[in-house]
Design a binder for this molecule. Structure first.
Ligand SMILES: *[C@@H]1O[C@H](CO)[C@@H](O)[C@H](O)[C@H]1NC(C)=O
Ligand SMILES: *[C@@H]1O[C@H](CO)[C@@H](O)[C@H](O)[C@H]1NC(C)=O
Ligand SMILES: *[C@@H]1O[C@H](CO)[C@@H](O)[C@H](O)[C@H]1NC(C)=O
Ligand SMILES: *[C@@H]1O[C@H](CO)[C@@H](O)[C@H](O)[C@H]1NC(C)=O
Ligand SMILES: *[C@@H]1O[C@H](CO)[C@@H](O)[C@H](O)[C@H]1NC(C)=O
Length: 462
């Protein structure tokens, strides 16, 4: 056989076999398309057991920041309590860091998702692939908060005078809620948002907000399930125990060194500028806890901060809680907490005029991951035939989202020049200690309930 005839034969054979394999696989793919496996490619049970390092269901703990932003990893106290830990090699999983191990005797997966909703959603999706091995899912982190329920100013109702002290929030206070809303879902012009500048007693105008799904898709995560509120209730109940009181009291020295001077200066500036007296707080003993009737995560990927945006934060929180509970709260009733974890350098992306409205403190105002986790988990939980994953968010107050204000003429307010300089490193550190204390106390109580000794269930945050 000459070389050319041989080549032709091989070519023909090749074409023939390509044709037959093709025809065969079309038929078989058609048959396979009706099977769930096509839609839900997922690891098999043995792979999930290996992934989570456990044959029985584990708890998932997820945080955002590995310390790049504030200098302290949001997982630092969880990692130091995690026994028998294994860490996935870098770039081997779609989470920034991924650990397995025992937290106070209980199997957990601890993941650092990376900052932002996309990172959180992608890391969460990796977890949902092994949903049959997930007992529950707790997102833990830091967040910017309103200084008090109903705000200090609340346009259009409070511009002649500031609200006197209501329920005030301290740095380190903690919200426990499964509900979240995406701030980004907004239709508004720059002129509308910055209307009445520089009077901060102004409600920014928007043409459409997060409930308008036709514009943005799903932005309000208010679906209420008993599993999610039960999990939240377990954490909330943990904060009412004597163990929690004792654990939290251990943070007093840390509060004094990280936040006391700032808190004192913040409220005396608010007193000086507002014409109301906001008395000093008593000595710190423990965080106040907001539950899911009072708080929802408000997520954004830009630093929204300042009195006008804080009013909007409370409005979105009220909208979300109302959808969750068929209630009729307004922005006047709630505390705005919002969540993101952007690097401080991103503050420079604020547009210039609003930038001036927000001037004084480019701090934190952070958050973001709740809507990513909720999007991933709500979607997963809505699929047919999958084990549902229950979840909640634990967020501690790392900063106030507006400066103290001062009335410069009747009804016209500006940020106070006495606003103390924020210190991210210390205020985030304390918020991480506080949120970690809530989560670790919950695991401590589970550990004790399983019959272990007080010693085996103890942890420390230093
Ligand atoms: C491919 O599917 C067809 C039709 O269902 C079937 O007859 C054939 O045996 C299958 N081939 C293989 C290799 O499974
Ligand atoms: C913290 O400061 C308070 C005053 O606010 C004081 O009463 C308390 O003793 C201090 N605690 C520690 C541990 O330094
Ligand atoms: C639901 O709303 C009512 C008021 O309308 C309130 O009393 C109750 O605490 C809310 N419950 C939850 C679970 O949000
Ligand atoms: C929600 O509240 C309205 C009145 O505020 C009431 O008419 C309606 O029945 C309630 N729906 C549910 C599901 O409770
Ligand atoms: C939120 O603000 C919009 C105007 O932007 C208003 O129409 C709506 O009633 C407010 N909702 C709540 C719950 O405060």
């Amino acid at each position: 056989m000459s070389l050319s005839r041989r080549a032709a034969c091989v070519l023909l054979l090749g074409l023939y076999s390509v044709f037959t394999v093709d025809a065969q696989s079309i038929i078989n793919e058609t048959a396979l398309l009706v099977q769930e496996a096509i839609y839900l490619p997922k690891p098999d049970t043995a792979q999930c057991i290996a992934r989570f390092g456990s044959v029985s269901p584990i708890s998932v703990l997820m945080v955002a920041d590995d310390g790049t932003f504030s200098g302290t990893s949001e997982a630092v106290y969880l990692i130091q309590t995690l026994k028998g830990q294994l860490k996935a090699p870098v770039n081997s999983v779609p989470c920034q860091q991924f650990y397995t191990g025992y937290l106070l005797g209980q199997k957990v997966v601890l993941a650092i998702s990376g900052i932002g909703p996309e990172a959180a959603a992608l890391c969460t999706t990796y977890i949902t692939q092994c949903a049959e091995l997930v007992k529950d899912f707790i997102y833990v982190g830091t967040s910017g908060w309103s200084a008090q329920q109903g705000g200090i100013l609340n346009a259009p109702s409070s511009c002649a005078a500031a609200n006197g002290p209501t329920t005030r929030n301290r740095l380190g206070d903690v919200a426990i809620t499964p509900f979240s809303v995406n701030w980004q879902c907004k239709l508004a012009s720059w002129t509308e948002q910055c209307t009445n500048f520089p009077n901060v007693c102004t409600y920014p105008i928007e043409e459409a907000g997060p409930v308008v799904q036709s514009l943005y898709g799903k932005c309000v995560f208010s679906h209420r399930t008993k599993a999610n509120t039960d999990l939240s209730d377990e954490l909330i109940a943990a904060t009412k125990t004597s163990q929690f009181a004792a654990n939290a009291l251990q943070l007093q020295a840390s509060f004094n060194s990280t936040n006391l001077a700032y808190e004192t200066a913040y409220w005396s500036a608010t007193t000086a500028g507002s014409g109301n007296v906001y008395p000093p707080f008593p000595a710190y003993t423990r965080p106040n806890i907001l539950d899911y009737t009072q708080a929802a995560e408000l997520d954004a990927q830009f630093f929204f901060e300042g009195t006008p945006y804080e009013m909007v934060a409370r409005n979105y929180t009220a909208v979300t809680l109302n959808l969750a509970n068929n209630s009729t709260l307004t922005q006047y009733d709630v505390t705005g907490t919002h969540f993101c974890s952007l690097p401080a350098s991103d503050a420079s992306t604020l547009f210039s005029r609003c930038n001036r409205i927000l001037s004084g403190r480019y701090q934190s105002v952070n958050g973001e991951e709740g809507v990513g986790v909720s999007a991933a988990l709500d979607l997963f939980n809505s699929l047919a035939g999958v084990p549902k994953i229950k979840y909640t968010f634990v967020r501690a107050n790392s900063d106030y989202i507006y400066s103290p204000v001062v009335q410069v003429s009747p009804g016209v307010w500006e940020d106070s020049p006495q606003t103390p300089a924020a210190n991210f490193e210390t205020s985030y550190l304390f918020a991480i200690q506080s949120a970690s204390t809530v989560v670790l106390t919950t695991f401590q109580l589970r550990c004790l309930a399983a019959g272990n000794s007080a010693n085996a269930c103890a942890f420390s945050i230093v």
